[in-house]
Design a protein around this ligand. Structure first.
Ligand code: NAP
Length: 284
């Protein structure tokens, strides 16, 4: 007996991801994996939205009754102004990675920082409370991580970045716990997070980035790379070699998506299925 194949109808709830580029995005795969596992009549697709078309896309979301959108580059900051309300975290960051339709309103959320904390907890039991943390980079992902680490009770959040003005803005998100640091501060930290694209795809840099020297890594540290393609980055390899605990970026991708799915569907996200789908899509 053959299983009945699900296909969308006029009643299907539609969500998606907006970005430029968007064809590489794993978000629809993760969303559709969850919908299948939960038995929901929902579908997720990618929408290629050029850099000056974010506002039009949010208007389209209202008109078409799209239930939720993941938001990726270059729209995370620009569509904030198009939201009717923001979560406290999104308001603090002035950036969203998730929109949800609530009755007639569009609400913006940011699940990136909470996604990293969940990934660290799941992969190695890391708890930021009382920890000294270094965040390398000061862009959108770094800012979300700085705010989340401070919110989770980190003892100190040191931002190390090649452009000092950006580092100052990011460190300020941690209030009194935040400061701008230099590469040599990393050796004294319990957690080191790479929130730069160094190590990504064909641009992989072996040995160091301008802000992080691999020889400073050591046993007892947790070293997290937000880069997830390739899964094994030069930084993760160096961390393992030094005896540190290495955590790849795929976990953050899975958990920030799981948090978005929970916001949209109010269901418990199927984490094991999401992990399997993400690993299969990025497997070497
Ligand atoms: P972004 O806003 O463009 O910020 C990039 C930051 O990295 C900037 O602070 C920049 O420094 C710094 N940087 C860039 N190239 C560098 C290099 N070669 N050496 C040293 N510093 C460098 O990017 P983003 O959105 O924050 O994303 C950062 C990384 O995180 C990307 O690889 C992205 O794919 C990844 N990410 C992963 C997830 C996940 O779920 N795993 C989620 C979000 C982002 P300046 O300030 O000096 O320009």
């Amino acid at each position: 007996m053959s299983a009945t194949r699900w296909s969308p109808t006029a009643r299907t709830t539609v969500v998606g991801v907006i970005g430029d580029p968007v064809a590489h995005s794993l978000s629809p795969l993760l969303h559709n994996t969850a919908f299948a596992a939960l038995g929901l009549d929902w579908v997720s697709v990618g929408f290629h939205v050029g850099s000056n078309r974010g506002t039009a896309a949010v208007s389209g979301m209202r008109v078409l009754g799209i239930a939720g959108l993941s938001v990726t580059m270059p729209h995370k900051e620009s569509v904030v102004a198009d939201c009717d309300r923001l979560s406290a975290v999104a308001a603090r960051l002035d950036a969203v990675n998730c929109l949800v339709t609530e009755k007639t309103s569009i609400v913006g959320h940011n699940t990136d920082g909470a996604g990293l904390l969940a990934s660290l907890a799941r992969s190695c039991g890391f708890d930021a409370a009382g920890a000294r943390c270094a965040v390398v980079g000061a862009g959108g992902a770094a800012r979300a991580v700085v705010l989340a680490l401070a919110g989770a009770g980190a003892e100190e959040v040191v931002v190390v970045n090649r452009t000092s003005e950006n580092a100052r803005r990011a460190a300020a998100l941690a209030g009194a716990k935040g400061r701008v640091g230099v590469a040599s501060d990393i050796a004294a930290c319990d957690l080191v997070v790479n929130a730069t694209p160094a190590g990504m795809g064909e641009t992989a840099l072996a040995g160091s980035t301008p802000s992080l020297h691999f020889e400073d890594l050591h046993a007892g540290q947790v070293v997290a790379d937000l880069v997830y393609y390739p899964r094994e980055t030069p930084l993760l390899a160096a961390a393992r070699e030094a005896g540190a605990t290495a955590v790849g970026g795929l976990g953050m991708l899975v958990h920030q998506a799981a948090l978005q799915l929970a916001i949209w569907t109010h269901e418990e996200p199927p984490l094991e299925e999401l992990w399997r789908a993400a690993e299969a899509a990025t497997g070497e």
